[in-house]
Design a protein around this ligand. Structure first.
Ligand code: PMP
Length: 428
């Protein structure tokens, strides 16, 4: 038995499914999840000492690679003077100032502890601010596991085919309307039907929880117009895209302003974090300034602020995002060439250093296209790659991530592994 097998067996005795977040269990791809012993740069090392080029990056935060020196140092320095105070610190101001300076439209921001908290809080704020109950989301978009958002959600829920989780009251779920991503007319129809009742539209500006689906030209702008016409708030859930797709997030990249933006992942530098922000007028309605309640024992945690500030400062390096985009493009071109040579139907999507791999023909414009791809082939590919030292997301409904630590060597090894894997797939 491998160490990972031994640990998985042991984990399952006291942790549901042996994991603390469902997709980690490898349920949709089968086999034993690799228990990770350490990580450095672009590499993961499992409990058996096997090394993998990592394209999960802790599901997004590790844009500069594991153990990025400035982040490590900031954490160690902060730990030496305390890990949590339950009182305000200067680092929180610095974080808020930095986020407001970099994300267009952000005037005030509140820190919390996860992406889930960020979206839940943004929705409460939107509902409180508008006095409306309905929200509109898109099929295949995942916004964390808040009750109202577990309706036709992506990520693990697609992986496991549970469109709506038990435990979400029907009376609550009825306020969540779902439209089709990249299909403006589906959102328009709901705005007609629920005129002046929709508090907010929440959307992943690049859908990263049904693999990686870029917004169609005009889609985000169209949502902005629909919200404006109806007095509804637009929420960009940038938990994944924030500081991943560009230095001013998807908001800056696409030039469309949301009323509220949610953040997480990268802004914590690998520590638990979330944030939501927007205009002064809307954010001022939060307690203690206003009546809408939101709070957190560990919110603005000094360790998370230290790590987050260190990574955000490092991300300001000129040319960094261009380099990330170029190496991602190089990786995808290599994979595509290898698949073409093996005669495998395969296509990819990319926004910055976020990417999607699909066993099917493009174009990939939404949930239906992603669902139509060959899930069995992905499953085999995933394991063939894992055997060859490449760690992809263990689900066909998750975006992949390239980090600044992925150099020519890592990319070449990945493409070589893919070439061998495609050749085996072609024989089957
Ligand atoms: N929103 C989006 C777009 C996400 O990708 C995720 C997590 N993958 C979340 C929200 C939830 O964040 P967390 O897992 O930190 O609660």
């Amino acid at each position: 038995m491998t160490q990972s097998e031994t640990l998985f067996e042991r984990a399952q005795k006291t942790i549901p499914g042996g994991v603390n977040s469902p997709v980690r269990a490898f349920k949709s791809v089968g086999g034993t999840p690799r228990f990770i012993a350490s990580a450095s740069g672009a590499w993961l090392t499992d409990a058996d000492g096997k090394r993998y080029v990592d394209y999960v990056g802790s599901w997004g935060p590790m844009i500069l690679g594991h153990q990025f020196p400035a982040v490590q140092q900031a954490i160690v320095e902060q730990a030496a003077i305390g890990t949590s105070y339950g009182a305000p610190t200067e680092a929180e101001i610095e974080m808020a100032e930095l986020l407001c300076a970099r994300v267009p439209g952000l005037q005030m921001v509140r820190m919390c502890n996860s992406g889930t908290e960020a979206t839940m809080s943004a929705l409460r704020l939107a509902r409180g601010a508008t006095g409306r109950d309905y929200i509109l989301k898109f099929e295949g978009c995942y916004h964390g596991h808040g009750d109202a958002l577990l309706v036709k959600a992506g990520s693990g829920l697609l992986t496991f085919g549970v469109p709506t989780s038990p435990g979400v009251p029907a009376d609550l779920a009825k306020y969540t309307l779902t439209a089709t991503y990249n299909d403006l007319s589906s959102a328009e129809a709901l705005f007609k039907q629920y005129s002046h009742q929709i508090a907010a539209v929440i959307v992943e500006p690049v859908a990263g929880n049904m693999n990686c689906v870029p917004p169609a030209p005009g889609f985000l702008q169209g949502l902005r117009s629909l919200c404006d016409a109806d007095g509804s708030l637009l929420i960009f859930d940038e938990v994944m895209t924030g500081f991943r797709v560009g230095p001013s997030c998807a908001t800056g990249l696409y030039g469309v302003r949301a009323d509220l933006v949610t953040l997480g992942k990268i802004i914590g530098g690998g520590l638990p974090v979330g944030a939501f922000g927007g205009s002064r007028a809307v954010m001022s309605q939060l307690a203690p300034l206003g009546p809408i309640y939101q709070a957190g024992t560990l919110s603005g945690n000094p360790l998370a602020m230290a790590a987050g500030l260190a990574i955000l400062k490092a991300l300001a390096e000129p040319g960094l995002y261009e380099r990330l985009e170029a190496s991602t493009a190089q990786l995808l071109a290599g994979l595509q060439k290898a698949a073409d040579e093996a005669g495998i139907a395969f296509t990819t999507t990319q926004v910055g250093s976020m990417f999607g791999l699909y066993f099917g023909q493009g174009p990939i414009t939404g949930f239906a296209d992603v669902s139509a791809c060959d899930a069995q082939r992905f499953k085999r590919f995933f394991h063939l790659m894992l055997d060859r030292g490449v760690y992809l997301a263990p689900s066909a409904f998750e975006a992949g991530f390239v980090s600044a630590a992925h150099g020519p060597e890592e990319l070449a090894q990945t493409i070589e592994a893919a070439r061998a894997s495609f050749a085996i797939l072609a024989q089957a």
